[in-house]
Design a protein around this ligand. Structure first.
Ligand code: SF4
Ligand SMILES: [Zn+2]
Length: 145
């Protein structure tokens, strides 16, 4: 039997839809993207939805595991260079401490919430030119398989 505590929280990396369930939907009900959900923590979901009063301690292994799971059923993988992953991870965590969201460490904010929501890692990187030209996200965290 599945109980509520088995549920995880998932975020669509294309439209920021938040989903609470044991598993991620294959197709986002909001934007119809395929395999776009990445597991996130309660605090991150709360920040995306505008709630501020949850506790959060960044769990580096948990974030990397969520990033790895996110690559399953997709045509990209995490960069095999672990040192590079750790640099991005540290930047993402610093941004979360500062701004309350796991913002991309390589791209510029303009201070607006709309822009911040576009910069949550993993972002919708397949729309980036660098993905089309060099088979990787802007920061090289995800690379084409
Ligand atoms: S460009 Fe790469 S590292 Fe930056 S937010 Fe997007 S997926 Fe994350
Ligand atoms: Zn979506």
């Amino acid at each position: 039997m599945i109980c509520l505590s088995d549920n995880k929280i998932w975020r669509c990396n294309v439209c920021n839809n938040i989903h609470h369930s044991v598993s991620a939907p294959e197709i986002c009900p909001t934007c119809k993207a395929n395999n776009a959900y990445v597991e996130i923590e309660k605090q991150e979901a709360a920040n995306i939805m505008g709630f501020k009063n949850c506790e959060n301690k960044p769990d580096k292994n948990g974030i990397i595991a969520a990033w790895k799971n996110f690559t399953e059923h997709n045509d990209f993988i995490l960069n095999p260079d672990t040192a590079h992953i750790n640099i991005i991870l540290d930047g993402v965590i610093k941004n979360e401490e500062k701004f309350g969201l796991k913002l991309c460490p390589c791209r510029l904010r303009d201070g607006s919430r709309e822009r911040d929501l576009e910069l949550i890692c993993p972002c919708n990187f397949k729309i980036q030119n660098i993905w089309k030209e060099k088979d990787m996200c802007w920061c090289g965290l995800f690379v084409r398989e």
